[in-house]
Design a protein around this ligand. Structure first.
Ligand code: ARG
Ligand code: GLU
Length: 747
């Protein structure tokens, strides 16, 4: 702590002003930066209860799930809660037409029935350290970017080599504030994580794409896993001999629910935000980049969706990749809308004007005088390359699956050319399982239609100067893209798994010949070459300069506005977002309440519908108002919203109450607020959480998985507070310990 107080970080932060709500804060710094404000908002815990290295704290119950989501431990036996959409790939991988867990749900009645998931990991954070001074040692002002980076890299190497850790721990250092600060994370990664339970998609994905990113919401977006460890409670590869992991802390679950204004803490791993971009960057996102990506996915999704609705087998096969594609596609639309409505560009321009004014005439800030204008020049410069890059990335690396796979196969040629037989063998060893996974969920007939539509778009939207001549010639040769698609998909051996495996089974020379003669591989290779030669080189040149300038801008903002509170952009590390349960007014005369109920599920119910069907059992529970101890006044809460600042990666994050109990499960943001990755506006930005009582109700009443409920600690903190303390002050004992309702009754 002493070292910390002396560090630069402290100088940055002590003068910061009060009240935030906006922001994703570093757990290590909560005591310094946020605790006072959090308490003023009603928090009854201390910063130490949230993050501590000396005792079990909330952070010991939070995991990075599969690298892209968050999960939390809710029992002493390593039971893990996350979103249905986070476990979707795993649920899909165990599904078939015979046992379709996506459709019907899955519940392991005993531990031996829990399903292993090769490749799935969860990571816990042991501790966080500020290593800014060490990483930036030897860096001087005005050093050029490359020289700076090489000093930083050397220091990072040194840290990784010498940092004290246990053999089962890993070290990760990440830049914060655009490389102005560095934090080190000591982590432990568990590799045996099994599927325990998932509701049917008609609950876990209720409302699907229509309701995605939208409030009011009625989705029970949760799934349960379990972490397994070896006999010493340490990480191990999957083995039937592994035992349930015993966490240092797990979250008690509150049955009291939430009300308007209640404090909430969302604790998890937000992926990426860009809060300090200049107006020119945001303008480009709104006018050029988001619309380009949306247009590409419009085409793909129309084709995929029709195919999925027509064929139950395809519906399973394409489920996971469709969800990923559709999710960002819809988000970008909300983002464009929100940024436009909120006039984010105008607001950023005003901030930039303020910045210019603040630095002008001040000798110490003279070096920042031209900074904003320099951004304009760079963003004007990068624009055409950024647009072409997005079309290329979307079309050739994601939406047209044949091209994506062909570019992987082409890498085998490179591996052979560069490293001979060993390189060939090595890469092939990775390529084959990749292809096997790919073909499991691939339909060339669907992909051919996507190809035809997107080649047309490539020709129309991407400047000819950025396209390969090979493509232009082929286009002319076929006359139309449907003909080109038919021919290519008929001739390429890559569209057929049997042919592909046969083609790859030969000697390296045979394999080279097969690849070099394949029309899909040829086209992919031509695209790649043009991309490298005409697009990405220039793009990177600008991007590097923008990056360096952004680093300076961040530093400048902190120096020039010392009273402002700055939080670091999300970078996939553990963060705290705090806020309140709160409705909002999206537009004139429209006002949203903060909570939805099962009644709303029934209002949306369309029998047999692809998105809005409701399982019979749930309808029956509704009819009988059979909510057990989870309902309130004959109603069953489903979802609620709050002002916690969240982003992708916060999916599955716990919403924690003032005392440290689990009250909800974060899974989305509201339509008007998806712009919060660039611009957070307290009046309309809300995160969406499943009410934990709905989760319990589904596990208990719907699925009958009472074995799981037994493992958990259910508490009623508000009652407990009343019982325990005559002065009505809530004592910490209701917080990290559990109080079962029956224990309370006896008091
Ligand atoms: N929008 C949420 C998130 O960004 C939920 C996505 C899952 N739901 C879906 N319909 N694809 O991940
Ligand atoms: N659903 C998102 C995820 O998968 C979280 C919602 C958001 O982006 O705010 O992480």
């Amino acid at each position: 702590m002493k070292k910390l107080i002396l560090s630069l970080t402290f100088l940055f932060v002590v003068r910061l002003a009060a009240f935030a709500v906006e922001g994703m804060w570093i757990p290590l710094l909560l005591g310094l930066l946020n605790e006072t404000e959090m308490k003023s908002m009603g928090m009854k815990m201390s910063a130490e209860d949230i993050y501590s290295v000396n005792k079990g704290s909330l952070k010991d119950a939070i995991v990075h799930f599969g690298g892209g989501c968050t999960g939390e431990i809710i029992s002493p036996k390593g039971l893990l809660l996350t979103n249905h959409h986070c476990g979707y790939g795993q649920i899909q991988s165990h599904s078939s037409m015979q046992s379709n867990y996506l459709e019907e749900g899955f519940w392991a009645k005993t531990m031996s029935a829990e399903l292993p998931n090769p490749g799935l990991t969860v990571t816990l954070i042991s501790r966080i350290e500020d290593v800014t001074a060490t990483v930036l040692q030897g860096v001087t002002e005005g050093m050029d970017k490359r020289a700076r980076q090489s000093v930083v890299d050397k220091n990072l190497d040194e840290i990784k080599k010498s940092w004290k850790r246990e053999t089962w721990e890993d070290i990760m250092v990440r830049p914060f504030y655009h490389g102005n600060q560095y934090y080190l994370f000591v982590t432990v990664t568990y590799r045996d994580v099994r599927l325990v339970g998932a509701p049917p998609s008609s609950i876990g994905k209720f409302g699907a794409d229509t309701d995605n990113w939208v409030w009011p919401r009625h989705t029970g977006d949760f799934a349960l896993f379990r972490i397994y460890a070896d006999k010493n409670n340490l990480p191990a590869d999957y083995s039937p001999d592994n035992v349930p992991f015993q966490p240092k802390h797990f979250l008690p679950i509150s049955l009291d629910g939430v009300r308007e204004g209640d404090f909430t803490l969302v604790f998890g791993f937000p992926g990426r935000t860009n809060q300090y971009l200049p107006s020119y960057a945001v303008e480009q996102i709104v006018d050029v980049l988001d619309p380009a990506k949306i247009a590409v996915r419009d085409k793909t999704l129309a084709i995929w969706d029709a195919a999925m609705r027509a064929d139950a087998q395809v519906k399973i096969q394409y489920a996971s990749k469709q969800a990923g594609l559709a999710n960002a596609w819809k988000k970008w639309q909300g983002e464009v809308l929100g940024l436009t409505r909120a006039d984010a560009v105008g607001k950023k321009r005003a901030e930039e004007a303020e910045f210019k004014k603040a630095v002008s005439g001040k000798a110490a800030f003279g070096k920042y005088a031209g900074l904003v204008d320099e951004f304009k020049v760079l963003y004007d410069g990068i624009r055409p390359y950024a647009e072409a890059k997005d079309y290329y990335d979307e079309i050739t690396q994601r939406n047209v699956e044949l091209l994506r796979v062909a570019s992987q196969v082409n890498r085998l040629v490179k591996a052979y050319e560069n490293e001979g037989q060993p390189g060939f063998d090595n890469f092939k060893k990775r390529l084959l399982p990749f292809l096997e996974g790919f073909y499991k969920n691939y339909s060339p007939a669907i992909d051919r239609d996507v190809f035809a539509a997107l080649m047309d778009m490539m020709a129309k939207k991407v400047d000819k100067g950025y396209l390969p001549d090979y493509f232009t010639q082929k286009t002319a040769q076929y006359g139309n893209f449907a003909a080109m698609a038919d021919d290519l998909y008929a001739k390429s051996w890559l569209t057929d798994p049997k042919k592909a495996m046969a083609a790859l089974a030969g000697t390296p020379n045979d394999v080279m010949t097969a690849i070099l003669n394949d029309p899909a591989c040829q086209l992919a290779s031509a695209f790649e070459q043009a991309y490298n030669e005409k697009v990405v080189g220039k793009y990177n040149e600008y991007d590097e300069r923008i990056d360096a300038l952004q680093q300076t801008y961040m530093k400048a903002l902190m120096e020039v506005f010392p009273d402002k509170k700055f939080y670091p952009d999300a970078n996939g590390t553990l963060r705290c977002s705090y806020g309140r349960v709160q409705g909002y007014k999206p537009r004139d005369a429209v006002s949203y309440a903060n909570m939805t109920f099962l009644d709303g599920v029934m209002e949306k119910y369309v029998p047999g519908d692809y998105e809005f069907d409701v399982p019979e059992k749930l309808r029956e529970l509704y009819k009988n108002k059979d909510y057990g101890e989870y309902g309130i006044a004959n109603k069953m809460p489903v979802c609620f919203i709050g002002s916690n600042h969240t982003t992708g990666g916060n999916s599955g994050s716990p919403a924690i109450d003032a005392w440290g109990n689990l009250v909800g499960l974060n899974f989305d943001r509201v339509w008007e607020g998806t712009m919060s990755d660039y611009h957070y506006d307290l009046s309309i930005c809300r995160n969406i959480m499943v009410d934990i009582r709905y989760v319990l109700f589904i596990i208990d009443k719907f699925a009958g998985a009472t074995n799981l409920i037994e493992e958990m600690k259910l508490v009623r903190p508000k009652q407990a507070a009343k019982f325990k303390t005559p002065d009505n002050e809530i004592k910490p004992r209701t917080r990290l310990e559990s109080i079962r309702p029956e224990a309370l009754e006896k008091q």
